[in-house]
Design a protein around this ligand. Structure first.
Ligand code: DAK
Length: 260
């Protein structure tokens, strides 16, 4: 696929996806959503040369300022449901991606932008980043999983307040609430994300994939998280990487994981 709204580069085995619609503050239009879908479902899933993914926004002002408001005027109920389901499906692909995905939030992360950041496994915020779910200003509610994931990250009390008031919160408030992992100086978001991914890349890739799966299982109504952990643990035990990790510990050397 030729990407129009995503700029993708591979640096040191990390795919860096930049949402590249700076004039519209990187708002997620249909095309951008379909490109994200293609990357996480097909291209990124097939690539063996990447150990993780970073998502960030072009420019200095916004990560993503929401779904593209110009595209959803005049939708009827059926079309709205269809679009919401599509968006949820795309973000679920990110959440279930087998390699770690980090949001490098370099500015406004509003509405669909906050939802995109929340679908990633980890979040780094620049000092000037602002988070919010302002859909009620438009007579809407979050439609790409925001009502559920915001509660998962920050709890029902504060999540309800943010969604009802449409208030924006600062990066430091987001850190305090548990919405982001780190706050860094403006411009250092991608570097910090790379640092985290490089550290994770020294671990067994299969074990990392199973952390993603079992953490997600905690929140999936149809899945028993404890049962998911038992079976994932058993699968880890059958890997070459487990034998290598245990041997390296005993031999007092660094493990050399092969992802097998
Ligand atoms: N969509 C389209 N264009 C946007 C945009 C957006 N979400 N946000 C900003 N822009 C555009 C502005 O229109 C402006 O374009 P021009 O006028 O220059 O052509 C340009 O980006 C720069 O924005 P501003 O001039 O407004 O910049 P300021 O610094 O003054 O303000 C701001 C920055 C982020 C505070 C402001 O732009 C703003 O309030 N933006 C909108 C934030 C927002 O409400 N985002 C949407 C949240 S609701 C759905 C599923 C999901 C959703 C909806 C439907 N269905 C299933 C149907 C999700 C909805 C949301 O994400």
């Amino acid at each position: 696929m030729t990407y129009e709204n995503l700029q993708i580069s591979i640096e040191d085995g990390i795919a860096i996806i930049t949402i590249n619609r700076e004039k519209a503050l990187n708002a997620l239009n249909r095309k951008t959503m379909s490109e994200l879908r293609y990357f996480f479902e097909t291209e990124g899933a097939d690539r063996t040369d990447i150990s993780g993914v970073i998502i960030t926004g072009a420019g200095e002002k916004a990560f993503v300022a929401g779904a593209d408001i110009t595209e959803f005027q005049g939708l009827n109920a059926a079309q709205g449901k269809e679009l919401s389901q599509y968006g949820q499906d795309v973000f679920e692909l990110i959440e279930e991606f087998k390699k770690p995905v980090v949001a490098a939030v370099n500015g406004f992360a509003l509405g669909g932008g906050c939802e995109l950041a929340m679908a990633c496994h980890l979040r780094i915020a620049g000092e000037k980043a602002r988070f919010g779910q302002p859909e009620v200003n438009l007579g809407l509610i979050p439609g790409y999983g925001g009502t559920q994931r915001l509660i998962q990250y920050i709890g029902k009390t504060k999540a309800t307040e943010l969604m009802m008031t449409a208030d924006m919160i600062s990066a430091t408030d987001a850190l305090q609430l548990g919405l982001v992992n780190y706050v860094v100086p403006v411009g250092d978001e991608v570097a910090k994300a790379k640092e985290l991914l490089n550290k994770i890349a020294t671990k067994a890739p299969g074990a990392i994939a199973k952390i993603i799966k079992t953490v997600n299982a905690y929140f999936a109504a149809e899945t028993d998280g404890f049962a998911s952990e038992v079976s994932a643990f058993g699968e880890c035990c059958a890997t070459e990487d487990f034998r290598e990790g245990a041997a390296a510990f005993v031999e007092k050397r660094a493990a050399n994981f092969k992802g097998k």
